[in-house]
Every structure is written in C-alpha cells, then in structure tokens.
Design a protein. Sequence first.
Length: 440
Amino acid sequence: MAETPCSQEITVIKDDQGLLFLGDSREIQQFLEERGLASREFRTKALKMGGAALQKASDASMQSGRWVKLTEESAELLKQYGKAGAIQPGVAQAANGRIVKWLKFETPSQLFSPAMATGVAGMMTQMALEQAIQEITDYLAAIDEKVNDLLQDQKDRVLADLMGIVFELDEATSIRDRTGTLTDAAWSKVAPCAKTTGTALAYALTKLQGICDKLSRARSAEDVDDVLERGTDDARMWLYVIARAIQTRDRLSVIELERAFSEKPEVLEEHRLAIVEARKDRLAKVRALVDGMRATLGEAADRIRDEKMLHPIIVDRSLERLDVLMSAAEEFSKQLGIEIDEKTIERALRWDKAARKFVKNRAADAADAGEQLAAGARDLGGKALIGAQDLGEAVAQGAGSLGDAVGKGAQDAVKALESVDLGKVKDSLPIKLPFGKKRK
C-alpha cells in the first residue's frame, strides 16, 4: 500500500534557552531522536505554568510536547527548516523525499494572547532550569567519594546550612507534586533559602580564590607541591559546593516561578526576567573565578617545569595534580553550561632529557659569558695600553724633573763640602781612622 504523507503539524517555539515542540509527544520524540537531539517531556506541573493558555487551545495536541535545550546541534534544526531572517514554516522530509512532519515555527507572542504568551514563556524558563538542575545533579553524582568525605569533615556552618535547605526543598517539591500547588506554610520554609544559597556560593568562591592566591605566591617546586598537597582535594571540594549552591538556587527558582504565577500572574514576566538575569550574573561570577583559576594553574606549571632535573619527583607529582585540577575545572564548567576553551598541563621532560637540556643550556650560557669576558678583556686591554702610554709620559716627565732637582742638589752639596776642614773633623772623632796621611 502506498505511503500517504503525514499531515501531523509540530509547532516550534524558541527563546534564548531552548526550543519548545508542541504536538503529539511520541511523534515529536521520534522526530528529535532521529536527529540526535535529547528532549524533556512536559509534566503536569510544567503545563500548569501555561495555565489556561494550553488548556484552551483548540488543538488538544497543544497540551503535550517536548522541550529541547538550545545548543549548537539544536540550533542547526532552525537553520535547516527555517528561512533566513525569520522563523518560518518548514518541512521535514525522509530520505526518499516523503514529507514526515510539518514544522510551524512561532514565538509565544505570535501563537498566544499576551497573557497566555507570558505563561508559556515562564514554562520554557522552568524547563530550562530543570534541565540545568538535572545536568548538575548528574555531575554531583559522579564526584568521587573522597570529596564527600571532605565535605563531612567540614565544620563550616555555611556548608551545614546549604545541606540543610536541600531537605526543605525536597519536602516543598513533594508537596507541590502531590497537591499541584505550594501552600503558604510550605513556601515560608523555603523562602529564606535564597539568602542561604547566596551566602554559600560567595563563601565557596572565596575559599577557592584563596587556594589560587596561595598557588600564585608559590615560587619554587617545593612551595607549589606544599600548596597542592592539601589544595588539590580542597579545590575540587569547593567546585562541588559551588555547583550544589547553584543547583539549589535553580530549584528554588522553579518554585518561585510557579508561586508568582499562582499569586500574581500579571508580574510573572518581570519575575521570570529577573530570575534569568540573576542566574546569568551568578554564572558570570563563577566563570570569572574559573578562568582565573585555570590561568593560575598554567602559570604554576610553567614556573616549576624547568626544575625537573633538581626535583624530579616533586615536579612530576605537582604537574599531575595541576592537570587534575585543570580537568576538574573543565568538567565543572561543562556541566554548568559555562563555555571555556580546552587546556591541559604540559608534562616535564624525562629526567635524562632534562639533564641534557640543562647541560646544553649551561654550556650555551658559559659560551656567552666567555664571549662577553673576551670582549671585556679586549676593551680593558685597549684602555690599559692607552693608560700605560699616558703613565709612561707622566713618569718620563716626572723623572726629568726629579733628575734636574737631584743634579742641582748635588751641586749645592759639593759647594758645601768644599768649605769643610776635614782634618778637624778627623781629629774630633772619638776613634782613629785607619787611613789618611801619615804624620811626618
């Protein structure tokens, strides 16, 4: 039997964080999986964000669908099926050219009334937050037991408070899922969590910055090794705490959106935008620290790499730890949706190669020093020759003057001696000289 074209229409709504596919959920899932795109199904609590917007839609299929995080891969779908300059209707075709889906690209303002569009926009923000929460949850679950042990050893009140509000949020979420709403009593328990998560985040960022500062001040391989001996595990632990604080704040934001919609739907859009901007600001602070941390790790590696010959074990161990932290920072950023470039810590040369390089460099330094010494000697020799000539002339002049003075003095002395009666001098002596004229 000949295949008939599929007339199933899929409505696609886009915002800054994701794509919302409205229509038959199973058809949408198959369509997305064929293109390698992961998606999340709407749940009842998420649909309530749209309120009457989806419930009053004439097409019942508009009450179901899937949400896809906006990534490079999912953005390609817009380029493939939409037209340049605007999001326009597109057609999805199979390999044989058969039409399998009609894609109708819309914005909330085009598809719904202003009030309904606000609800849908809030719902899409909620889905984006829940996706981020799940990604961070997966990251935290992959952290090794050693970090959990370090957390248990911490005596900081800030960390204790952060762990405590997780239980409060679990309870509030359970109540919301069962009743479809959040009671005033339940909300009063979780409302203070915003301050607690903010304090915990600031505290963890400060602790991590402290480790980076110590590493920056460490000049020698031994100093770097001393910092990393404890700092490697501590830095990974504080990355964990930062992720936990952001995840917890995102969970609270999801509840805030639902609370705002149920209490004051007219301010939902302002509340939604405030939540989105606040999250961007938090991630910007985290990214700034991670960028600085990775730069510090690279600089520390550059300082100690050439000390391999003198401290082979320490240098290799420190470079390995620096690379562990670099990888940890990269994985952390990836799971939080922070885009960074990939970096690795370059290892030091093998000891024998490092030794040969050291000897070669010292020989080159010695050759340079020899040339400088020879040049200096030549310069000194030239100056010495000039100085000797000047000295010779001065000595010659001085000798002439001295000769004249001595000659004149001798003449004066002879004249003085001529007036002396040597006979009287001889007779006045206490002893008799054995020479002289004999008396007659």
